[in-house]
Design a protein around this ligand. Structure first.
Ligand SMILES: NC(=O)c1ccc[n+]([C@@H]2O[C@H](COP(=O)([O-])OP(=O)(O)OC[C@H]3O[C@@H](n4cnc5c(N)ncnc54)[C@H](OP(=O)(O)O)[C@@H]3O)[C@@H](O)[C@H]2O)c1
Length: 267
């Protein structure tokens, strides 16, 4: 039986919206067990209800990844309900665009604590459960192309996602021989609520696009040509579905450049 065919238990942080929600629903359609955590319980319950209707066994509870006690409680309760998660997805994350020298301390802390410290707390607990139970498993990191194309105006975010890159490399070495695989996702722009609090006025979009262009990022990385959450979910399911002995280390996934930009008349 390949890993793909087995029923898996996936724990997703930040499952109340966006990519976490898309991934939860994609796994639900496979009948997997799901441990879903986020801070907004009403939104989370709605995702949990739809996942159950699609065929999943679901544990859903409040989770704040920046709080180690919340992480411990969430893992403990989800293990009591569903058993040890053999896939942990570090998905919770956020970004507030702006220049570092104009950023408030609270905003810097929030971004670093959610994107980096939270992933460390969650991964520590998830790996400990896998190693102590001698179970195979996958730890997925929802990284960003901001790590490979560090962006002006998103320095804090780029730094946190860059740190996750290094963390993935260290961990994959640290966990050699344990059966725990590290999967690094590098996503380009995807439809979600990620930019819900950003200034998306035409002027702000144009200014950001121009800034990106000046620093050599490709057209496809501009807002306006986004992937769907399902595209990312499919890529993750492919990676975690590889049989023992095979590792998908990194997935770079981003929107295709708009047709017509370089080659006219393709469709
Ligand atoms: N969308 C993109 O274009 C894109 C590109 C590259 C990488 N990513 C990465 O993909 C991941 C998911 O982002 P998204 O696009 O799906 O954004 P989103 O729609 O804003 O969803 C973010 C999720 O994170 C949760 N969250 C935030 N802070 C949390 C905390 N302290 N504890 C637990 N959950 C928390 C939110 O739930 P609550 O508010 O209910 O807690 C929400 O469910 C992030 O790591 C992001 O950096 C996204």
């Amino acid at each position: 039986m390949t890993t793909e065919e087995r029923q898996r238990t996936m724990l997703i942080t930040g499952a109340s919206a966006g990519l976490g929600e898309s991934l939860a629903l994609a796994c639900a359609r496979k009948g997997w067990r799901l441990a879903l955590g986020a801070r907004r319980v009403d939104r989370l319950e709605d995702v949990a209800r739809r996942a159950r209707e699609a065929g999943a066994s679901v544990f859903a509870a409040p989770l704040d990844v920046t709080d180690e006690h919340s992480v411990e409680r969430f893992f403990g309760e989800s293990e009591a309900a569903l058993g040890v998660a053999d896939i942990v997805v570090n998905n919770a994350g956020l970004s507030k665009p702006g220049l570092l020298h104009e950023s408030a301390t609270a905003d810097i802390r929030r971004e670093v604590e959610t994107n980096l410290l939270g992933a460390l707390f969650v991964t520590r607990r998830g790996v400990a459960a896998l190693v102590s139970s001698k179970s195979r498993g996958d730890i997925v990191f929802m990284g960003s192309d901001a790590a490979t194309f560090p962006r002006p105006g998103q320095a804090i975010y780029s730094a946190t996602k860059g740190a996750l890159e290094v963390l993935c490399t260290s961990l994959s070495r640290e966990l050699e021989g344990t059966g725990v695989r590290i999967i690094r996702m590098r996503l380009g722009p995807t439809v979600s609520e990620f930019a819900a609090e950003w200034d998306l006025s035409p002027e702000a979009l144009e200014a950001r696009t121009e800034l990106f262009r000046r620093f050599g990022t490709r057209d496809a990385r501009h807002l306006g040509t986004l992937m769907q959450g399902e595209d990312v979910a499919e890529a993750i399911l492919f990676a975690v579905g590889r049989p023992p002995g095979v590792v998908i280390d990194t997935i770079d996934i981003y929107p295709e450049a708009p047709l017509g930009n370089a080659v006219k008349g393709l469709r």
